[in-house]
Structures are given as C-alpha cells and as structure tokens.
Design a protein around this ligand. Structure first.
Ligand SMILES: Cc1cc2nc3c(=O)[nH]c(=O)nc-3n(C[C@H](O)[C@H](O)[C@H](O)COP(=O)(O)O)c2cc1C
Length: 202
C-alpha cells in the first residue's frame, strides 16, 4: 500500500512539497494529486513551475526529488481509474496538504466531484487515516461546522499552525514543524525537530 497525498489551492504548498520529500527519504512510495488551484499556488509560491499534465509533473518531480520513477505516481483531477478511487484499494493513509476550505467543504458533504474528494470519501467510509492540513484564517461558522463534521467522521484535522517555541530562524523550520507533526501521525520516524523535553525547554 502507498501513501496518497493531495495538494490543493491553499497557501502553504511548501508543506506539501516538504512532506513528499520526507516520505521519499523514508523510502515510501507516494501517489500524488494536485488540484488545478493547487498547481497555481505551487507555481506562485515555489520555483517548481509544474504543468497540468500528470506525466510532465511526474518527470519534473522525479528529477527534483532525485527518486526512482516508480516511487511516485501522479494522477489527474478526474482520473477515476486510480486504484484508491475504489474502496477495494484504499491507501495506507491520505493527507491533503494544504487543504482549502473548498475541498474541506466538499468532503464534509460527500460530493466526490474529483479524484481528491472521492479519495477522501473512500478513506472515510473504509475507516482509514485521513489528515487534512487545513489553512484559512479567520474561520466562519460554516467552516468550523465542516471541520467538526469531518472530525466526527474520523478525519484528523491538523491546521497549518506552526509553533515558535523551538525559536525558528528560517521559513524551512516553520514548514518542518508542521511536516514533523504530520509524519508523527503517519508513524514515519524522522529527526526534523528536537522534541519537547528532549533539548527544547524553557
Ligand atoms: C495564491 C492563492 C492562495 C490561496 N489561499 C487559500 C487558502 O489559504 N485557503 C483557502 O481555503 N483557499 C485559498 N485560495 C483559494 C482556493 O485556491 C480556491 O478556493 C480554489 O477554488 C480551491 O480549489 P481546490 O480546493 O480544488 O484546490 C487561494 C488561492 C490562491 C490563488
């Protein structure tokens, strides 16, 4: 079984890119989906300049992460032939990082209009791990209710809220704070951060 990662169009695409890098470093295989808005945000927040064509994105990311081609599969937004579009082939875990209000609302209402929403629907009904790295502020009652509904349905809500007690000096350290917490929830060992009580204290 592989991890499935989706990057949607919320600010914070660096979290998703760094998460992919850490999973590859841990020798995990990953299936990736990027929403059209996610692509736009990646291309404005990073130098990656990815294409809307999955095979071109695959080529670019294989080069960028220096991985074997088979470690990554990239799926299109409506590619219903993806294994994890069916409950018969659920992923090890599904992380949407970052996750928009829009995708979060669609999942909370079971819309399944694209492969990202459908995968979340499958993962929830099969009672597998779904992690939403949601980013928005402030939050309306509609968004809070959607998040509550998803938490009740079994999703893990991990808002993109990095901490500062480790005294970060660089953006990368803020990104790593979030990615470390996600990896913890995926049971992937890492040394991205010293843990509280083990070198970090007042
Ligand atoms: C640069 C940029 C940053 C954005 N940041 C956010 C954000 O942090 N949270 C959010 O919910 N939407 C954000 N949006 C809006 C979403 O991209 C938009 O609602 C889109 O329809 C979401 O589609 P998706 O969920 O399929 O990716 C942003 C859009 C752009 C262009």
């Amino acid at each position: 079984m592989r991890f499935v990662i989706a990057i949607t169009g919320a600010s914070g695409s660096l979290y998703g890119i760094r998460l992919l890098e850490c999973l590859f470093k841990a020798k995990e295989n990953v299936d990736l989906m990027i929403s059209p808005a996610g692509l736009m945000v990646i291309n404005s927040e990073t130098d990656l300049q990815l294409s809307a064509r999955p095979h071109e994105t695959h080529q670019k990311l294989v080069q960028f992460f220096e991985i074997k081609p088979e470690q990554l599969r990239v799926f299109g937004h409506q590619q219903w032939t993806a294994p994890f579009a069916s409950g018969s082939s659920p992923p090890k875990a599904f992380v949407i990082c970052p996750c928009t209000n829009g995708t979060m609302a669609s999942i909370a209402n079971g819309l399944s209009r694209n492969l990202i929403e459908r995968t979340a629907d499958v993962v929830l009904k099969e009672q597998r791990k779904l992690i939403l790295v949601h980013r928005e502020t402030p939050l309306s009652i509609i968004q809070l209710e959607n998040l509550l509904k998803l938490a009740k349905a079994g999703a893990t809500i991990m808002p993109a809220n990095p901490a500062f007690y480790q005294r970060p000096q660089k953006i990368e350290e803020l990104v790593d704070f979030m990615v470390a917490r996600i990896l913890d929830h995926l049971n992937i060992s890492h040394d991205l951060l010293p843990r509280w009580g083990n070198g970090v204290s007042l």
